[in-house]
Ligand binder design. Structure first.
Ligand code: ZN
Length: 101
């Protein structure tokens, strides 16, 4: 069981990052899916990668997007989610609900 306090801290950090988002970061996050799909021009790709090397916030965000993309590619969770994945999602929902309160 995860400590609820830790979860809350992460949410607050994410919210703070949203407010203080630099123009460069916004550009990176706007094109995250382009990058993950491998549709980004080589030059832009290099620029994005060098930004990720020094910006933990974008790196984290991109990792989340990648996970989301993989989940989408793996198919509709409603139909094919393995029991393990469904259990994980349920745990996440429970944690989010606990954080909101
Ligand atoms: Zn950034």
């Amino acid at each position: 069981m995860t400590a609820p306090q830790e979860q809350q801290e992460q949410v607050q950090l994410a919210a703070a990052g949203e407010v203080a988002l630099k123009q460069e970061c916004r550009e990176v996050l706007d094109r995250a899916f382009e990058y993950l799909d491998g549709e980004m021009a080589e030059l832009d790709c290099e620029r994005l990668k060098s930004h990720l090397a020094e910006c933990a916030h974008c790196l984290e965000q991109l990792a989340e997007d990648e996970e989301l993309k993989r989940a989408i590619r793996d198919g509709c969770p409603c139909e094919t989610a393995p029991t393990q994945l469904r259990a994980r999602i349920l745990v996440q929902i429970t944690e989010v609900t606990a954080t909101v309160r």
